[in-house]
Design a protein around this ligand. Sequence first.
Ligand SMILES: [Zn+2]
Length: 546
Amino acid sequence: MPNQYQRFFSVSLIFALLIGALPSQFYAQRRANKTPLGKELKLDLLIKGGTVIDGSGSAPVKNDIGIRGDRIVFVGKSARLKVNAARTLDAAGLIVASGFVDPHTHALEDLSNPKSSGNENYLMQGVTTVVTGNDGDGPFRVAETLEKWERQGIGTNAALLVGHGSVRRQIMGAVDAEPSMEQLAKMKNLIGTAMSEGAFGMSTGLYYAPGSFAKTEEVIALAKAVAEKGGVYDTHMRDEGSYSIGLLGSIRETIRIGREAKIPVHISHIKALGKDVWGQSRQVVRIIKQARAAGIRVTANQYPYTASGTNIIAALVPRWAEAGGNAELLKRIKDPQIRPRLVVEMEANLKRRNGAEAILITRSRDRELIGKTLGAIAQERKKSPVETALDIAENGGAGIASFNMSKSDIEYFMKQNFVMTGSDGSSGHPRKYGTFPRKLREYVFGKKLITLSFAIRASSALTAETFRIPERGLLKVGYFADVIVFDPKTVHDRATYEQPETLATGMKYVVVNGKISVDEGKYTGMLAGRALRKTHSDKLNRNLQP
Ligand SMILES: [Zn+2]
């Protein structure tokens, strides 16, 4: 039996422990933001009084967003709580949305160059994550690229696709041939490694050389290696017009790849290219809907411009003339035995693109050409448009804006719930600086073709979901704090075909991983983006440092 002294001692000890434990428990609970005691919410950033559109497609709600570190920790009415925020952004009268995710960019070079790695043209559009490596051009050395970005710092988050064209060129060169079993195995190997190093999928550019030299069976075999690692298939299809297998044939080819490789397929910059196929958007959507109903995951992205951006060789020269690479092409152009056949086919291709007045030179070594149509240059030189195009091809080529889409097709594609916003941003075309705000200004606020919630879902959550980028694309507690605050009255693209490198306006704040990268409408120089790696563990993703 314990004596009185012992009993008193143990009771005191229990009391002391309880009292000692209470405060730490109290603070721990407050830190975890779950406690009924005090209800103090400690934040790095509070975005207050805005109209919140969370990216899911649901209706706008007046709410506040709380951010701590790189995460969203609160969505709701903060007035009921005691809030201790290091900084508060007043969002009254403004839209607060999930940062935009762009599924198709050519930002690889900009991100890799310390002078342009801020990706300011995207931040000013509200884009906080870009996918790059599209059109079959993505690097197969994925780890090397991601590590470089991490070392140098990048302004937006960025995810990579391994390029089928790059892999094919590495293993087979620029030949127009089928791979041997050994070459196919080597290609699979490179792709498997790229996926293990963090690529989110594989892109193809079946319209371009050398992707165009690949048969569907080759693409299916390689896509299987991507599917095994949970990746997606992204494509610039073999034909968006009437060049070879046609727009509908290409849609069917893409769906077949999805079905046979058991992989989600994504059609980049969906369009009906050229008058021959204008109006086919209806059939395209019907075919895609059937495939989706049959369980094949088919999605697409689109930019809101009637001109595509490419180069004069890709647009007009037939692929057989490119076999073996550029030096071989130049030889064929000079060869009097071959040139006539080239001219005939190029004339047909020019017609497919609505003629010489529909081709605008946007980039060229010869600066005199920039801003002129191929038709105007041909007239100046007193040559045919195709002869003029061959001269340009022989003198280093040229970037072009090719006016080949109808507004009616663009609008029909835009209304589909599986079509997301994608810039395909390339130098010389205003889409690199204007895509996302242009869609809001022209199609949400102007024509009222789609609602703001629909447009924001198509520019954020739908894309993150499609490319399997975890914990981004939604304003949701626990998700990364990629948040944009913009003025619906002033959100505006400013880039034009004449001045393609003009920043968009209207983004008041852009937050990337919890850091304010655009403040009062100006880029802060912050490099808060992360090189994203595909992984099966969220923890790994979380531990990635910028
Ligand atoms: Zn493309």
